[in-house]
Design a protein around this ligand. Structure first.
Ligand code: SOE
Length: 378
C-alpha cells in the first residue's frame, strides 16, 4: 500500500479483516506500506498491521513477493504510481477519484487495457458501492422493481472546512487534489448513482463555489485534521459543487457536493424515483434501505424501511445474524473482498479504470459548465 493517512487506515482495516470474514480463493497478506517520512511510515506500519515500511514506492513494484499495489496517496501521484505498477505486472487498486485530470485518467486506462491483456487487473476504490444497502438498491433497480427511472437526487455533504481558519491541507490544493468537493465527494455520488441506476450521465450543467479563498498554511496535518500556521495561501479548489444531469436511460438527476453544509458531517443521500416505485439511501442509516412500492394496492402503499442485515442481502451472509448492524469500514472490507475474488479468478474487478475515467469526464464537464452561467436579467 502506498500512503497511510485516512484512506490508508481504512484500507488497512479492510486488508486486515477480509480473509477472516470471507472465504476467498486467495489470501491477502500485508507485505509493506510506503510513505515518504521514515519514522512516520514505520509507526504507521506497526499501527496498521503492515510487516514492513519503505520510503520509495518503486521498491514495492520491484519486489517479487508483492502482487497488488493499493494506491492511497493524494490524486497527484495516482497516475505515476498506478501506471508504473501495472507496467511491472502488479494488480492495482487505486483510490478515487482515479486521477486529477482527464488526460491522466486516459493514460491510466491505456495502461490498464495493456495490462489486462497480460492478465493484470485494476480497479478504482469507490467504496460506497459496497455498502450492502447500496448493492441492494442496485439489485432492485436492475430487477425492474421500480420500473423506468425518472429522477435521481443525490447529495454528499460535509462541514469540516467551514472554519475560515482551517488550514490549507492538500485537499484544498488543485495541484494535489485536482478539484475540491467536486472530485472528492461529488465523484462518489456520480459513481454511486450511475452504479445503482445502470445509467450513465450524458450531459451536465452546474456551478462551483469557493467561499473561503485564502487560508492559513498547514503546520501539522494527518487525515482530515490539521493545525494552522501564520502565513496564508490561496485555496485553488471548489468548496461546493452543484449540478444537474441527464442520464442515458432517460432519467434526470440533481447533485450537490459541499464541504460547507454546516452540521452535515458525512451525509451521503440518494433517492431514485421510478415509474413503479422509489428507493432511498442515507449513509447515516447505512443498514437501511427505504422502498416505496407503487405496485401494491393503493390502500397499502407507503414507504417501508428494509433492515439490510439478512444473510441473503449482499455481503451480509459472512457477517452477523440478522439485525446485527455493520458500519462505514465494512464497505472497504467488501471492496477488498470483490477485488481479491476477481483477481484470483482471473476476472476484471469493478469499477474498472474505464468506469472511473467516465466519472472523471463528468467531473471535467461540471467544472467546464461553470463558464456557461446565465445571469438573470436586471
Ligand atoms: C474527505 O472528504 C473524505 O475522506 C473523502 O476523501 C472520502 O472519499 C469519503 O469517503 C469521506 O470523506
Amino acid at each position: 500500500m502506498v500512503g497511510y493517512a485516512f484512506m490508508g487506515a481504512a484500507h488497512s482495516q479492510a486488508w486486515r479483516t477480509v480473509n477472516r470474514v470471507f472465504d476467498l480463493p486467495a489470501r491477502a497478506s500485508m507485505v509493506a506500506v510506503c510513505g515518504r517520512d521514515e519514522a512516520k511510515v514505520a509507526a504507521a506500519a506497526a499501527r496498521l498491521g503492515w510487516a514492513e515500511a519503505v520510503t520509495d514506492w518503486r521498491e514495492l513494484i520491484a519486489r517479487d513477493d508483492i502482487d497488488v499495489i493499493d494506491v492511497c496517496t493524494p490524486g497527484d501521484s495516482h497516475a505515476e504510481i498506478a501506471i508504473a505498477a501495472l507496467e511491472a505486472g502488479k494488480h492495482v487498486l487505486c483510490e478515487k477519484p482515479l486521477a486529477n485530470t482527464v488526460d491522466e485518467a486516459r493514460a491510466m486506462v491505456a495502461a490498464a487495457a495493456k495490462a489486462r491483456a497480460a492478465g493484470v487487473r485494476s480497479a478504482c476504490g469507490f467504496n460506497y458501492r459496497r455498502v450492502p444497502a447500496v448493492s441492494l438498491m442496485h439489485n432492485l433497480i436492475a430487477a425492474g422493481r421500480i420500473g423506468a427511472v425518472r429522477h435521481v437526487r443525490a447529495v454528499y455533504l460535509q462541514d469540516w472546512i467551514t472554519d475560515p481558519q482551517f488550514p490549507l491541507v492538500w485537499r484544498l490544493q488543485k495541484e494535489k487534489a485536482g478539484s475540491g468537493a467536486l472530485g472528492d465527494i461529488g465523484a462518489h455520488i456520480i459513481d454511486l448513482t450511475q452504479f445503482v441506476t445502470g445509467q450513465r450521465i450524458t450531459g451536465v450543467t452546474g456551478l462551483t463555489e469557493t467561499f473561503i479563498k485564502e487560508r492559513p498554511l498547514v503546520s501539522d496535518s494527518s487525515g482530515l485534521s490539521a493545525s494552522a500556521g501564520h502565513a496564508t495561501g490561496e485555496v485553488t479548489v471548489d468548496d461546493a459543487a452543484l449540478f444537474i444531469a441527464r442520464l442515458d436511460g432517460g432519467a434526470v438527476a440533481t447533485y450537490e457536493a459541499s464541504r460547507f453544509a454546516t452540521g452535515r458531517k458525512n451525509a451521503l443521500r440518494v433517492e431514485v424515483n421510478g415509474e413503479n416505485g422509489s428507493l432511498a439511501f442515507d449513509l447515516e442509516r447505512l443498514n437501511e434501505l427505504e422502498f416505496y412500492d407503487a405496485t401494491r394496492p393503493a390502500a397499502e402503499q407507503g414507504w417501508s424501511r428494509i433492515l439490510v442485515t439478512e444473510g441473503e442481502h449482499p455481503y451480509l451472509g459472512a457477517w452477523w445474524p440478522p439485525g446485527h448492524i455493520i458500519g462505514y469500514e465494512h464497505s472497504f472490507t467488501h471492496e477488498m473482498r470483490d477485488f481479491i475474488e476477481a483477481v484470483a479468478t482471473g476476472a476484471d474487478p469493478t469499477p474498472s479504470f474505464e468506469d472511473a475515467l467516465q466519472v472523471q469526464l463528468v467531473l471535467d464537464a461540471v467544472a467546464r459548465s461553470d463558464a456557461s452561467w446565465v445571469s438573470v436579467a436586471t
